[in-house]
Design a protein around this ligand. Structure first.
Ligand SMILES: Nc1ncnc2c1ncn2[C@@H]1O[C@H](COP(=O)(O)OP(=O)(O)OP(=O)(O)O)[C@@H](O)[C@H]1O
Ligand SMILES: [Mg+2]
Length: 293
């Protein structure tokens, strides 16, 4: 494990329109570490991933991601497009909203191959990769890479089927494989458990935990329910009320810390099987709906 953090935010703040989304955010993320980002709708979780991708500038503080400095830009100076492209090539990103129509014919293996060709999440650039290697060597190598990724996410049974015919959990595995396709050093997953049943949530959580350790991937995973992730995560970053708190779940998901963040009374209960239940405040239950079932 390298000693330099993969990502480091220091006094970071983001402003969108008239609103400061969060401020004074300090945290580091190391290789092989899984940090789960929690917080109510609108807390700025997806915005944080956009900052990591270099797509959202800070209005104060600094961020360093994979050696690239992402300071609050001086007036009229944006990050250089070349630096950002190089940065994004080392990041695997699963955006928040993604849905495949039942009629989508593209197969999982094709989707993964696009990730390899594009060298960038969701952006295929086949012409460029064609120029880097001969077409035959490339096709052979690419098939082997696709098969390795299919095996890594245990998608052998459905990767050859049209993705529209795969279940939500199966699609999620294939999209994670696509995010891994260019062998990133940093993985950003925005709500990968959304819409999955409890057993698929547990399976995808275990998969991400395993990949993160096996590949020494620094991973930020946005979720609304921490429970399926508790056995696999290293720390949680809780965003609420324009602030953030990071640490082990037993230190952060407490009534005292969450009441401080939300600025309203919050209770946290631990069930006999170890699940955390967040109650109270105008927003908390709605943001942990699964906990109230
Ligand atoms: N251009 C803008 N001007 C003002 N506010 C904005 C702008 N763009 C986004 N926002 C707000 O920024 C906030 C943070 O959005 P973000 O998508 O990061 O939230 P989130 O924590 O990911 O929420 P969710 O759980 O719903 O996905 C939201 O309240 C959103 O409405
Ligand atoms: Mg979001």
């Amino acid at each position: 494990m390298s000693s330099e953090p993969v990502a480091e935010l220091s006094g970071a703040a983001v402003r969108l329109g008239e609103r400061t989304i969060w401020r004074n955010l300090d945290f580091t993320l190391s290789a092989g570490e899984l940090v789960v980002v929690l917080g109510p709708n609108g807390a700025g979780k997806s915005t944080l991933l956009q900052v990591m991708l270099g797509l959202q500038p800070l209005c104060a503080g600094s961020a360093r991601v994979l050696g690239s400095s992402l300071r609050a830009p001086e007036r009229g100076r944006a990050h250089s497009a070349r630096n950002l492209r190089a940065l994004r090539q080392r990041i695997g990103y699963l955006p928040q909203r993604r849905a495949f129509d039942r009629s989508a014919r593209v197969r999982g293996v094709d989707l993964i191959a696009l990730g390899i060709d594009g060298r960038r999440p969701g952006l295929p650039l086949p012409a460029l990769s064609f120029m880097r290697a001969g077409p035959f060597a490339r096709a052979h190598e690419r098939r082997a890479q696709v098969q390795q990724l299919v095996a890594a996410v245990e998608a052998g049974e459905f990767a050859e089927r049209p993705i529209g015919e795969c279940s939500g959990g199966e699609q999620q595995r294939l999209l994670i494989a696509q995010a891994l396709a260019h062998d990133p050093a940093l993985l950003l997953l925005d709500e990968p458990l959304n819409g999955l049943d409890l057993s698929s949530q547990a399976a995808v959580s275990a998969l991400v935990g395993r990949l993160c350790k096996e590949r020494s991937l620094a991973t930020l995973l946005v979720a609304h329910d921490v429970n399926p992730l508790l056995p696999h995560l290293d720390r949680v970053l809780y965003l609420a009320g324009g602030q953030g708190a990071i640490g082990p779940p037993e230190q952060i998901i407490t009534g005292a810390r969450l009441s401080e963040l939300y600025g309203a009374p919050i209770d946290v209960l631990r069930t006999t099987d170890g699940r955390l239940v967040v109650l109270g405040g105008p927003e908390a239950p709605a943001h942990h709906p699964e906990l109230l079932r």
